[in-house]
Design a protein around this ligand. Structure first.
Ligand code: MRU
Length: 365
């Protein structure tokens, strides 16, 4: 996507063809800083500290982390140590496991001197595949926005609510939830986006608003509790979110607060869609509430908030009395029954075992 006239992906190789470059997303929207990852440890830190985040981008970074490890030491020991290191970074997004497993499957049977080259090639392919998948999610999701706009008699704007950041910053390009929105905007549909700020880390306010703004998509940032009110007043035509792990039965785990939006949408008859890349489906589980590991992060993300002061200084300020405990659950699960449809690279399916099995027969048990 475009940043001030320059086309960017979220991850790419530097001039030496080996160092991995990323955008430090913890500095957005205030500063656009490119960071070099020159070893697997740094790739793991980038994921753990959320310089990169979003399920597909976590997977792509892990794949390049494996490539960096193989460049430095292609031994069996290093292969399994790098896989363990990367796997331990964040527990919820299943793309991490998917990408590390892909790399292990490819690299383990190869002789050590063939591993680095093969790893770089596969990591590059994983990135290219993600771009193609997300673009297709856009193609399949855009007609949902178009049809809604037409069904409403082509009003001045069609309102889509989204939660967290499931745009190009969360993937390699295009995004999942935002891909249909970009394609609708580019096709001349007057789409307007309600952007949930998404406490505690504010990925909506910092990242979604930033990237929509760079692309010229009209949007309004709202605090997380506003969505239900807007839906009661007919101000949301559809909801589209991303997902970090979707079960074989269509339960969707996504950023904390997604479930409450789905409940409000259900109560108000607002369609609730999820942009879902194939690698985000965990075919090994059905029951999301029971089986998806929910990441718990540092309480400081709740007790503090980061912003820019009028003098331009970026700082974290405390918003909780000293001594109060805080809990920081990073994700929740929206049961399939609350989801209108899953927008995948192969088309739109119902959130159900049968729906997903029809689109992905080769994986369904
Ligand atoms: O904690 P984050 O910022 O990695 O969480 C990201 C999300 O919850 C996204 O909605 C999800 O990864 C989908 S990304 C296309």
């Amino acid at each position: 996507m475009n940043v001030d006239g320059t086309s960017f992906r979220t991850i790419w190789l530097g001039k030496d063809g080996e160092t991995v470059e990323i955008i430090d997303q913890t500095r957005l929207p205030f500063e656009f800083i490119v960071v070099q990852l020159d070893n697997a440890g740094k790739a793991a830190s980038a994921i753990r500290n959320m310089w990169v985040r979003g399920a597909p981008l976590i997977g792509a970074t892990a794949a390049y982390g494996m490539a960096l490890a193989m460049r430095d030491d292609p031994s069996d020991d290093r292969l399994s140590a790098a896989a363990d290191l990367l796997m331990a970074t964040r527990p919820t997004a299943v793309n991490l496991r998917w990408a590390v497993d892909e790399m292990k499957k490819l690299l383990t049977p190869l002789s050590p001197n063939a591993r680095a080259r093969a790893a770089y090639i596969r990591a590059g392919e994983i990135c290219d595949e993600d771009v193609a998948i997300c673009s297709l999610i856009g193609d399949h999701g855009m007609p949902l926005i178009h049809r809604t706009w037409e069904a409403r008699g082509k009003p001045e704007r069609v309102n889509v609510l989204t939660h967290c950041n499931a745009g190009w910053l969360a993937t390699v390009d295009w995004g999942t939830a935002l891909a249909p929105i970009y394609k609708a905007h580019d096709a001349g549909i007057p789409v307007h986006v309600w952007v949930d700020e998404t406490r505690p880390r504010n990925q909506g306010a910092s990242l979604t608003a930033w990237e929509l703004g760079k692309h010229g998509v009209p949007h309004t940032v709202i605090v997380d509790n506003v969505g239900g009110h807007l839906m009661q007043h007919g101000l949301v035509d559809l909801v589209i979110t991303g997902t970090d792990r979707t079960t074989a039965a269509g339960d969707v785990c996504n950023k904390i607060g997604t479930y409450l939006k789905a409940l409000a949408a259900h109560d108000n008859g607002v369609p609730f869609y999820v942009g879902l890349p194939g690698p985000t489906i965990d075919w090994t589980i059905d029951d999301g509430v029971r089986d998806v590991p929910i990441e718990q992060r540092d309480a400081a993300e709740v007790t503090e908030i980061t912003g820019r002061s009028p003098s331009g200084e970026i700082a974290a300020v405390s918003i909780v009395p000293e001594g109060s405990f805080a809990a920081n659950y990073a994700f929740d699960v929206t049961p399939a029954r609350l989801i209108t449809g899953l927008i995948t690279e192969r088309g739109v399916s119902t959130a159900s075992k049968a729906g997903l099995a029809e689109l992905f027969p080769e994986f369904a048990g």
